[in-house]
Design a protein around this ligand. Structure first.
Ligand SMILES: [Zn+2]
Length: 263
């Protein structure tokens, strides 16, 4: 029974984090304050009361409509809350000692930022600096404390993660006059390098370009997107890095299968 109570508690905690992520997803690309101001309906500006802001439940009570203007609330909101609840349960530690709780908080916050990055880039073609800085700080601290390797792990990871795509993008720009990769993508690679190290981030760069190129080609050939329309690259980085970080065994098998496991 106590196991079930813990599960429910962790799910609620996750969905509450999801509720705040919805605030970030809406406000970060619009450069609005993300901490203090109360949420309001984007259509009629009606302030949202606390009881209309309970994760998942409020969406059901309000029947998916704003209590002011009755315009539909996006399904994305309860979905993000539910998803974070499920992620929190999956990351839940077996023991509640301080180290296990730290790891829980670390992985949950990385998953949260990944989700926000993913959804903002998909809609706005933008990876906010604030989120990249947050990831860089959390990854660097984690590497310094927990990764039992020399400083070359995070420093070379940063240099390669940031430097390599930067140089390629710069060269491509000089050659073709076109911007290949956005600054946000390059900064995200840099942040990931702090955690994944030089070899790990090389794999992220290679595989996200690979998956991104194939997906974009399919989207253009099937005429889902116009060939002149830019496809955001961030989601591909996030997908590859998520497999690397959250499913390391699967990632190892994949890279071995592709013949690049030795990297
Ligand atoms: Zn409204």
């Amino acid at each position: 029974m106590s196991g079930l109570i813990t599960l429910v508690f962790v799910f609620i905690l996750g969905s509450m984090i999801g509720s705040y992520l919805n605030v970030l997803i809406y406000r970060l690309p619009r450069e609005q304050d993300t901490v203090l101001s109360r949420s309001s309906c984007p259509h009629c500006q009606k302030k949202i009361f606390w009881y209309e802001n309970i994760p998942i439940m409020s969406f059901i009570f309000l029947k998916g409509k704003c209590s002011g203007c009755k315009i539909g609330i996006s399904f994305k909101y309860p979905l993000v809350e539910f998803f974070l609840g499920i992620i929190a349960i999956n990351l839940m530690p077996a023991n509640f000692d301080i180290i296990s709780l730290y790891f829980f908080a670390f992985y949950l916050s990385v998953a949260s930022v990944f989700l926000v990055h993913f959804l903002i880039d998909l809609e706005f073609k933008l990876l906010p600096d604030k989120l990249n800085i947050y990831l860089a700080i959390v990854f660097l601290a984690h590497s310094l404390i927990f990764i039992d390797m020399s400083w070359t792990h995070w420093l070379l990871g940063l240099l390669i993660g940031f430097g390599f795509p930067y140089l390629v993008t710069w060269g491509f720009y000089k050659y073709s006059g076109k911007v290949g990769m956005g600054g946000g993508d390059i900064k995200l690679f840099g942040a990931l390098g702090l955690f994944l190290g030089p070899m790990g981030v090389m794999l992220t760069i290679f595989l996200s370009c690979f998956v991104g190129a194939i997906t974009t080609l399919v989207l253009i050939l099937t005429k889902i997107v116009n060939k002149d329309e830019p496809v955001p690259f961030g989601p591909f980085i996030i997908i590859v890095a998520s497999v690397q970080i959250f499913f390391p065994t699967l990632f190892k098998e994949l890279t071995q299968w592709l013949g690049i496991g030795g990297l």
